[in-house]
Write a protein that binds this ligand. Structure first.
Ligand code: AVI
Length: 328
């Protein structure tokens, strides 16, 4: 009972590359330059992100893991209160945290199936394989898709009960308005009584946040730089990787962590895919990622504005990370 549904390719594989090329051309053509963090997650990027999650500075994963360990029994009771449900995990990745809930659901013999969704095909394949070994009885339907395409899956199961997870502070990688909009879209794909659990990284000491995105071992820098490597690999780019450096900064008023790739000199880059040249002046930066940090009231308000009812918040012991439970 274990399937993999690949919704990432449209009519043929080359369209993905065409879309990537178009986005890169657009982002490098504008001022200030930017590239979307959704392109971080090819096979290499997904591997690097797994290493990030294990870094001493990257507190987010540990905090959410420990809060889920502490509250999993209450979470599972809330999820399974009305019988069978689809547990939909948006941006599941390696599902390290969700696995705590899966174990608890199995232990409590609750009826459910698991629908992990992720942009990374390699991550979904590996997760499917791991779950087959660990829980051979569990019904798993892994979906390879971007968020919006993934939500379409929900449309086909409109009248079946759903619990949607959006964990790991993935909401933080949307700009504020886009994040609100995405939560509204999730709500529109649910029926009254369905549940939604949102993992948010809360505001805290700016030094702690900055260190998480600027680790001493340079893994985050490599993760950021992989975007240029990916452009070289897939779009025939000739980025000189020694000509750019990772730079991260946190704005404590806006609550946003921003990552950049900064050109260390005047240089030109050529992309075969677009047959265009892009020029960089010395110290010109490409914005590659935002990671927004929220306050608890901001988070409940986001849910409320989307039409959800706030149920409860589960916090880790340090109060730095929250899983917020909402009801449609
Ligand atoms: C996936 N996302 C929630 C991570 C974050 O914290 O914004 C991605 C990341 N970027 C740098 N380190 C981790």
């Amino acid at each position: 009972p274990n399937t993999l549904i690949d919704l990432s390719r449209k009519t043929d594989g080359s369209q993905d590359r065409a879309e990537f090329a178009k986005d890169v051309a657009e982002g490098l053509g504008q001022s200030p330059k930017q590239l979307s963090s959704r392109y971080f997650y090819d096979a290499k990027g997904s591997r690097l992100f797994q290493q990030i999650m294990a870094l001493p500075e990257y507190y987010l994963t540990r905090a959410e893991y420990s809060l889920m360990q502490q509250h999993r029994s209450a979470m599972v009771s809330a999820f399974a209160a009305d019988g069978f449900f689809h547990l939909v995990d948006l941006g599941a990745g390696d599902a390290m945290k969700t696995n705590l809930l899966l174990q608890e659901l199995v232990k409590q013999e609750k009826p459910f199936d698991y629908v992990p969704m992720d942009i990374s095909g390699s991550a979904m394949q590996e997760l499917g394989k791991d779950l087959r070994q660990e829980h051979p009885e569990m019904h798993v339907r892994a979906v390879v898709a971007e968020y919006i395409t993934g939500l379409k899956w929900l449309e086909q199961h409109l009248n079946e009960r759903k619990v949607v997870l959006f964990l790991g502070s993935n909401i933080g990688n949307f700009e504020r308005e886009e994040g609100q909009d995405f939560i509204c879209q999730i709500r529109q794909h649910l029926q009254p009584g369905d549940l939604f659990m949102l993992g948010v990284d809360l505001r805290k000491d700016p030094g702690t946040i900055l260190a998480a995105y600027n680790d001493a071992s340079g893994i985050t820098a490599a993760f950021n730089m992989n975007l240029l490597e990916r452009i070289n690999r897939e779009l025939g780019g000739n980025f000189d990787l020694n000509g750019f450096k990772h730079y991260a900064l946190y704005d404590p008023q806006l609550g946003v962590m921003k990552s950049f790739l900064v050109s260390q000199r005047d240089q030109e880059v050529y992309l075969e895919a677009t047959q265009e040249r892009y020029s960089f002046t010395a110290w010109e930066a490409i914005h590659t990622e935002s990671s927004h940090k929220y306050t608890l009231p901001q988070t409940t308000e986001m849910g409320r504005l989307a039409g959800f009812e706030f149920v409860t918040s589960y916090l880790d012991e340090e109060g730095g990370f929250a899983d917020m439970l909402f009801k449609a």
